[in-house]
Design a protein around this ligand. Sequence first.
Ligand SMILES: *Cc1c(COP(=O)(O)O)cnc(C)c1O
Length: 354
Amino acid sequence: MSARLTVDLAALERNIDHVRGLVAPAELMLVVKDDAYGHDVERVVPCAVARGITWIGAFDVATAAVVRRIAGDGIRIFVWVLPEGDDVTAAVAMDLDLGVGDAALLEDVAEVARTAGAVARVHLKIDTGLHRNGIRPEEWPAVVRRARALEQEGRIDVVGVWSHIAEASDAEDDAARALFDSAVDDAREAGLRPRLRHLAASAAGTARAEFRYDMVRVGAFCYGIAPAGGPDARALGVTPVATLTASVTAVTAESASVDIGMLDGLPSSLGGRVEVGTPGGPRRLLHVGETSSVEPWPGARAGDDVRIYGPGEWGETTATGLAEAIGTIGEEIAVRLSPGIPRENAETRPRLRA
Ligand SMILES: *Cc1c(COP(=O)(O)O)cnc(C)c1O
């Protein structure tokens, strides 16, 4: 066998159940950007929908199209990266929920809806401090009045108000939340009736009840990816969904070469900095390049498996653990993995013989 990413859909289901329980009665939106954080959106979405997920955060229209094809019409799909033009037309045609973070885009959405004879569902985004798109607080009162006028013309339905927060410090998040609350008040004063207020992602959404509002947008924790420097997956009550395994291609006295490396998206800076799981126990990852090498263990031979990260009996190595060693976050390790590495389902039940 060669390098592969094993996706444990049973673990994904358990994580979804767990996170949903934590955020209830707020709705759980499962975020599937970056190919479901590298876990393969084609595998993740059917599983999530079967588990009762009714909101998917798709990032952009291209991902939303895939989700709509897989999940059908019964699912709400939220997109928040929406270049004006063709994407807006496609988004309205696909009946998506549109995250709108600037006044010009709002006009574009209304115009597209007018042409299509549709009513576009809009979630207005207030910039609460991240400055990654979002309507600035000073523009907000005028934009919500304009949105109300477009609603009265029957072009849009402002179903939500939302924002995104850093989740890096409680104090900053609290300041963002105060801004968010006043934006919702302004929207209501303008006559809007946003039913869906959503602000938090994995960290604040699970840890801090006052951040949940009507919906929480979660990616990382549903995939079992813990925050760098924070509580581990077990403490959070979730299990890592993905396991990255490589195969030994050659062994010398000094090293066992494995068939995965930098070209597959493994950061070369991991070389010498982490241990990975081997049949002989944890061993140092010596080098990450075109191929990579691991400190050998007694009896190592070509064809053996090496677990780069993922749960199992060979010791704890997680995407977050690798990330911490090189000063990044687990999501970064997960999403950098090349699509060329095959994804496969973990065997969860014995296969029936034909
Ligand atoms: C990625 C993303 C999320 C999910 O964040 P996690 O920390 O992975 O849960 C939520 N909302 C937005 C806007 C995002 O871009």
